[in-house]
Design a protein around this ligand. Sequence first.
Ligand code: SF4
Length: 249
Amino acid sequence: MKVLSVAGYHHTGKTTVTIELIKELRKRGFNVTSIKDIHNENFTMEKKGSNSWKHAQASGDTVIARGITETYQIWNRQLSLNEMLSHLKSDYVVVEGMKDVALPRIVCAEDEKQLKELIDGTVFAISGKYANDHDKYEDLNVFHSKEQIKELTDLVVEKVFHVLPLPKLECCGECGMNCREMVSGILAGRNKREDCKTDRNLDIKIEIAGNDINIVPYVQNTLKDIIKAYVNNLKGYHEGDSIDIKIRE
Ligand code: SF4
């Protein structure tokens, strides 16, 4: 699944860019999901006092609210990006916000002061209000969210790659860098997506409820050693056999 972020300060045009990009990707035949990161502490999809709000309060966990035309699943906590992605199956996920996670980013800005604060190697394009009177900032192209959405989408299709397994800063470091540096390296052509060592050549695979779980190499090796030490003494096991374990509760 390819995942990118449209990031920037409030009122710089992020939502317009996100929506136009989703529409253009869908026109090209891709399945697209979007995630909107919301910083308002009081945000809730539920009206206080509604019946589904009462379900959510009582459950303290997950509640599904099924209507005639829409169905919501509500978690009573903030999910990490990885958790959200594990529930999605689409060609592209466009995340509005989450400027700190290790994703390729389009930055929306009003002026150069904002761009200076936001731009690093994970940014591959600029859009938003700044595009009203600029077409370039340093070596990055600037795209108008409506007039140049086709060109911006071309760049998304060219640049955005399969999401890294641990898109956060405190990642494994097995590649000799962190995930943000890997994103920058891939965008700049210094690295390839296959240089991430965590989801490559997995010797061990864990699925929970049908979703693959990413495991850092150190944990892969530890788990593999423990399981192999256990089955080594079992009748019928030969070195090199694959081992499948399923736990059902
Ligand atoms: S190996 Fe992959 S997950 Fe680990 S730091 Fe590098 S890019 Fe991130």
